[in-house]
Design a protein around this ligand. Structure first.
Ligand code: ADE
Length: 263
C-alpha cells in the first residue's frame, strides 16, 4: 500500500489516477457505534438498493460531502446473535465487495483500539497507523511465519500528519478483544502501539486490489493498564467514538480537493 508508481520519477511519473483529485472514498467501520457519528456528520443515507448480495447484513451509507463521494460500509449485525460482526473475516469480505462495487480512490479504516501505555498510548488518543500486522496467525515454518504476520505499510500521509493533531504508531490486528501470552509476544515483536480486530485484514485486501489505505484508530482501553479491558472499553466507548468521528471528519476535510500524492 505504499504509493504505486512512486519510483523516484516525481509527479510526472504518477499514474493519472494519482494526479487528479480524490473523488470516491470508502470508510470501513466495524461497529455501528463507531459509524453513526460520521453518518450524521456527513448526512449520509443508507443504500436501499444495496450493492451487496441480498442475503448479507452489510450496510452502506453514502452521500456527497463537499467534492467527495463518501461511502461508509459496515458489516452489520450478525444474523443469529444480533451483535456487530467485528473481526477480520467480515472486514475482509465487506472491504473486498465494497472495493469491487465502488472502486474507491482511498480506503479509510476507522475504529476503536486498545492502546499500550508503555508505547505512549492514552485513552482518547487518535492514531494514524504507520504499519499494520497480525498477531494471531502463528506458523513457525519458513516464510509462513512472515506470511502470518503480514506486515504492510499504510499509505504514507505526511501532510495529514503535519496538519492534524494525530499520533503515529504501529497497529497489530487479531480476532480477540483480550490478549493471551502468545498474542502479547507477537504484538511486542510487531512493535505495536495499538491493537484492533480488523486493520491488517483490510490492508491485505487493499494491497490485493491496489487501493491506498489508511488506518485511524482511537484508544478506548489500555491493554497494559490495571483496568479490565471490557469494563474500560464500555466506559469510554461513547466519548472515544465521538473523538474518532472528529478526527475522521478532519481527515476528510483535508482530503477534499487533493490528489492522493498530496496526502
Ligand atoms: N478495540 C477496542 N479495544 C480493543 C482491544 N483491546 N483489542 C482489540 N480491539 C479493540
Amino acid at each position: 500500500m505504499a504509493p504505486h508508481g512512486s519510483n523516484g520519477g516525481g509527479e510526472a511519473m504518477l499514474p493519472q489516477s494519482e494526479k487528479s483529485p480524490i473523488s470516491t472514498i470508502l470508510i470501513f467501520i466495524a461497529m455501528q457505534n463507531e459509524a453513526l457519528p460520521l453518518v450524521n456528520k456527513f448526512q449520509l443515507k443508507e443504500d436501499l438498493n444495496s450493492v451487496f448480495p441480498k442475503e448479507v447484513p452489510w450496510v452502506r451509507y453514502h452521500g456527497i460531502y463537499k467534492d467527495l463521494n463518501i461511502n461508509i460500509t459496515w458489516p452489520g449485525k450478525d444474523l443469529t446473535l444480533g451483535v456487530d460482526s467485528v473481526g477480520t473475516i467480515s472486514a475482509s469480505l465487506v472491504s473486498y465487495a465494497s472495493i469491487q462495487a465502488l472502486q474507491p480512490d482511498l480506503i479509510i479504516n476507522a475504529g476503536t483500539a486498545g492502546g499500550f501505555k508503555a508505547k505512549g498510548a492514552c485513552i482518547g488518543d487518535v492514531f494514524l497507523a504507520s504499519y499494520v500486522s497480525f498477531h494471531d496467525r502463528r506458523n513457525p515454518l519458513p516464510r509462513r511465519d512472515l506470511y502470518g504476520i503480514g506486515m504492510r505499510q499504510a499509505f504514507p500521509t505526511p501532510n495529514i500528519l503535519k496538519e492534524l493533531n494525530l499520533k503515529v504508531g504501529k497497529l497489530s490486528t487479531g480476532n480477540s478483544l483480550d490478549m493471551c501470552k502468545q498474542d502479547e509476544a507477537l504484538i511486542t515483536a510487531n512493535d505495536a502501539t495499538v491493537k484492533d480486530m480488523e486493520g491488517a485484514s483490510i490492508a491485505y485486501v487493499a494491497e490485493l486490489l491496489k487501493v491506498p489505505a489508511i488506518f485511524v484508530k482511537a484508544v478506548t482501553d489500555i491493554v497494559d493498564g490495571d483496568k479490565p479491558t471490557v469494563e474500560e472499553f464500555l466506559q469510554n466507548l461513547a466519548e472515544v467514538t465521538a473523538s474518532l468521528g472528529q478526527a475522521v471528519s478532519q481527515i476528510v476535510d483535508f482530503i477534499n480537493g487533493k490528489c492522493i500524492s498530496e496526502l
